[in-house]
Ligand binder design. Structure first.
Ligand code: ATP
Length: 818
């Protein structure tokens, strides 16, 4: 989709460009060769034209014989020169034809000297040069056509004919006026000159000239004095103390060499006078005195000018340049589940449901003034307007009774619907339709979304595509009982981003304790994923590594804040815009910063095993990371209060809930019931802090995700995944201290577990002894120091050096007796 977007942008850009050099890719050697070829061609043209001015008349007679070896011409470039001169100067544009040779040479020099790196950035400039150069040539040629009778070579045949054509229709005066008008258009468009600028320029010049005269007068006096002092003579007629009056007024760098009054005066570097606005307030009456008001104008922001110049020369910084050939996945990779099937409106079903609702309410003496239905992909919303005097809470309490009478699950009553004066009853359709990812990605709402991180969740109850900006959320909490569509939801989020963002613009940090859900994204590691230095896999499946990654993200956050502070930007969007506009110097550590999206599946599992160690960095990130482009998506099966703590909840205003089994879970995640009444299979409720929106999540199946990741993974990638800052945890480094007294209280238990399992891993201890990661890590270090387990072996578990429990007993007893 984004590909479409960019191509459409490109075409509009192309259409507005006057002329564009072909986008050839040359290597450096080819550049030098092509560059020199252009220079030679330019020179050949130049010499031919110059020579033609003098020898053209003599060569006129032999023009018909050109091509034969025996033909002799006077042109410096012989037959070719004679032909070129005749074609371009005489039959062409006259003297202005010289610009062709000059333009060719300039292009050649550019390519030869600077290479494609600069050249490709300056293509726009060069194409501009050609466009305006050729236009100027044509204008001059027509203009010189007025003087055709003086010399036919001035404007060439083209100039003469076009001039003649103009004069035939407009007459001499008309033609002159038209030419004058074109010249004005040229000057205004090309040189961006306006009458104001010209007057400003001349008034500036006038003041400069005036100041110049005044300066000459003073410097005349000064130079007399200086001449005298440099020669060692006293200053003529000027007292030593009073002489440098001008010098004190205008400080000079004066070096006193000796007592003999020899002074060498070095004029100060030219200082740019501050532009000053002067205004004189005349005295009100005889007793009043006038006043002169001076106002210094704001200084020009040089940095902007420089940046504008850079942007003019090289264009805006393009972060996607390194993978400029990257292609966004085509829509065909997504399956169209709804092919040929639109939502079927089953009128019988609608009628039957309506009748039952009306009847049930009637049984409770609730009269209905009006009822209408909106059919969604999986649920139909019946909106009723009760008769006057009916209490809303009465209807709300009938949820179960209506569900019973309709014999359906997942009935939800919204009383009243916010913003409408109605009460909503959501009833699941008998034949729900799948919302395919393809249909939401292809929707104009997603395609034209001007968002930083657009996410197409699915379709609302009124069948509208629901697109939100993750950057604005700014973090998302997601819950749902097992099998209700959480993993599909995560895939839909990731797919949306893959369809809209270039690898340079967004990076994912994926935490997947289930080990199977997000593995497919491994293929796009070097395009879209971020990882810790030295870690083999980018997708984190080991809970212990999550802590390091989260802390590393905190470091990244702090670093980004420093960079943003330095650039005086309030958020990542501003910063990147400033960087693209070349207002930030990469030499000062500035670089284009991609968004980072951290996705944590099975958050409850993580909290169970690592507790505070995970919660603290997550809360920190959630509180602070929004401005610097780190966004969290956290999914959990169990939305209990000890998993989704107050601190986490407070920082995740945007929440999604798939079906949960209990009302209390719904309350924990959404702060209200409702999620327990959903029907599952992607039926979800979304809230961004205010009302609840019921959405049918888009369905994207594993084979589709596989196709997308294959498509991206097979393309040229960055050399490595995006590397996060290194984090050395508290447990970093191995303690070689084998101090028995300082051993952990659970040391012996741990040793036994390790020896029984014959596997030296900290996570085993964590599970069996219910320890935090840091403590388990410390015990492993102590076991290593004691010689019970071997050294660290990367991703493999450590070797256990004691074969069984009896040997361990002997080993530890011996150690005690030492
Ligand atoms: N949006 C959807 N549209 C249609 N069917 C869906 C949708 N989402 C999920 N399903 C169905 O529900 C099944 C389970 O979904 P999913 O694997 O996402 O559940 P889950 O909540 O992640 O479960 P678990 O937590 O056990 O991994 C899918 O295989 C699919 O058949």
């Amino acid at each position: 989709m984004a590909r479409k977007k960019t191509t459409s942008k490109k075409t509009t850009a192309k259409a507005s460009k006057p002329f564009q050099l072909p986008n050839l890719k040359l290597n450096r050697l080819q550049e030098v060769i092509v560059g020199s070829a252009l220079i030679v061609v330019g020179l050949l043209l130049l010499f031919s034209f110059i020579s033609y001015l003098f020898t053209g008349a003599q060569d006129q007679s032999v023009l018909v014989e050109l091509g034969s070896r025996s033909t002799e011409t006077k042109n410096w470039i012989s037959q070719l020169g004679a032909w070129l001169g005749h074609t371009f100067v005489y039959k062409g544009f006259g003297i202005p034809a010289f610009s062709i040779s000059v333009l060719t040479m300039i292009s050649g020099i550019f390519l030869f000297a600077t290479g494609d790196k600069v050249f490709s950035l300056s293509r726009k400039r060069i194409s501009n040069l050609w466009f305006w150069g050729l236009l100027l040539m044509l204008w001059l040629s027509i203009f010189l056509g007025f003087f055709h009778n003086t010399n036919a070579l001035l404007g060439g045949k083209v100039g003469y004919e076009l001039n003649d054509f103009l004069q035939d229709y407009l007459g001499l005066l008309g033609a002159i006026l038209v030419m004058f008008f074109i010249a004005i258009v040229y000057v205004v468009l090309r040189l961006k000159l306006t009458p104001e600028l010209i007057t400003a320029y001349f008034s500036k010049k006038a003041t400069e000239v005036k100041e110049g005269f005044e300066n000459i007068e003073t410097t005349d006096e000064e130079s007399d004095w200086e001449k005298a002092t440099v020669e060692g003579n006293p200053a003529p007629d000027i007292d030593q103390t009073t002489a440098p009056a001008t010098a004190t007024e205008e400080p000079k760098n004066t070096v006193e060499l000796s007592d003999d009054a020899m002074q060498v005066t070095v004029p100060e570097e030219e200082t740019v006078p501050e532009p000053v606005l002067k205004k004189v307030v005349a005295p009100k009456d005889e007793n009043d005195i006038g006043m002169e008001i001076e106002q210094t104008l704001d200084e020009e922001e040089v940095i902007d000018n420089k940046a504008n110049k850079l942007v003019e020369d090289f264009g805006e910084f393009d972060p996607t340049l390194e993978l400029s050939n990257f292609q966004f996945p085509p829509l065909d990779l997504l399956k169209d589940y709804t092919k040929g099937k639109t939502i079927t409106i089953n009128e019988e079903e609608l009628q039957a449901n309506k009748d039952r609702i009306v009847e049930t309410l009637k049984n409770y003496k609730i009269g209905i003034a009006k009822i209408s239905a909106t059919v969604g992909p999986t649920v139909t919303l019946y909106e009723i307007v009760p008769e006057a005097g009916i209490r809303i809470s009465k209807i709300k309490n009938l949820e179960d009774d209506i569900a019973l009478s309709l014999a359906a699950l997942g009935i939800r009553i919204i009383a009243p619907i916010p913003g409408k004066g109605t009460i909503g009853i959501e009833v699941p359709n008998q034949n729900p339709s799948i919302v395919s990812m393809r249909s939401v990605v292809a929707s104009p709402k997603f395609q034209n979304a001007e968002m930083e991180l657009p996410i197409a969740f699915g379709k609302t109850i009124s069948n509208e595509t629901f697109v939100v900006d993750l950057a604005k959320m700014p973090h998302l909490l997601m819950a749902g009982a097992t099998g209700q569509g959480k993993s599909v939801g995560l895939n839909a989020i990731l797919t949306s981003l893959l369809y809209s963002k270039h690898p340079a613009e967004v990076k994912f940090v994926l935490v997947d304790p289930k080990k199977v859900e997000l593995t497919l994204f491994n293929k796009i590691e070097r395009h879209y994923l971020a990882k810790l230095p030295d870690s083999e896999e980018a997708i984190i499946t080991d809970n212990s590594k999550v802590i390091n990654t989260l802390n590393s993200l905190c470091i990244e956050m702090d670093q980004r804040y420093d960079i943003l502070k330095d650039a005086m930007c309030r958020n990542l969007k501003e910063y990147n815009a400033k960087f693209k506009a070349r207002k930030l110097n990469p030499a000062n550590g500035h670089k284009f910063l991609p968004y980072i999206v951290l996705v944590v599946d099975e958050f409850a599992d993580l909290i169970m095993t690592a507790g505070k160690e995970v919660e603290t960095p997550i809360a920190r990130l959630a509180q602070l990371a929004r401005a610097i482009g780190i966004h969290l998506i956290i999914a959990t099966q169990r939305p209990s209060v000890n998993v989704i703590t107050g601190m986490i909840k407070a920082n995740f205003p945007a929440r999604i809930s798939f079906r949960v089994m209990q009302k209390v879970d719904s309350r924990t995640i959404l702060d209200s019931g409702g999620a327990d009444q959903l029907i599952g299979r992607g039926d979800m409720l979304y809230t961004a802090g205010n009302e609840l929106i019921r959405i049918q999540c888009a369905f994207v199946d594993t084979p589709e995700v596989e196709k997308i990741t294959d498509f991206i993974g097979n393309q040229k990638a960055y050399p490595d995944a995006h590397i996060l800052p290194e984090y050395v945890g508290e447990d970093g480094g191995t303690s070689i201290d084998n101090n028995i007294d300082e051993r952990d209280a659970k040391f012996r238990d741990a040793a036994e577990i390790i020896v029984i399992a014959q596997q030296g891993s900290a996570s085993l201890l964590q599970r069996k002894l219910k320890l935090g990661y840091n403590r388990a890590g410390r015990i492993i270090d102590q076991l290593e120091a004691a010689g019970i387990v071997g050294g660290f072996e990367g991703s493999k578990a450590r070797q256990v050096l004691i074969p069984d429990l009896t040997s361990l007993e002997v080993f530890l007893n011996e150690e005690q007796n030492k």
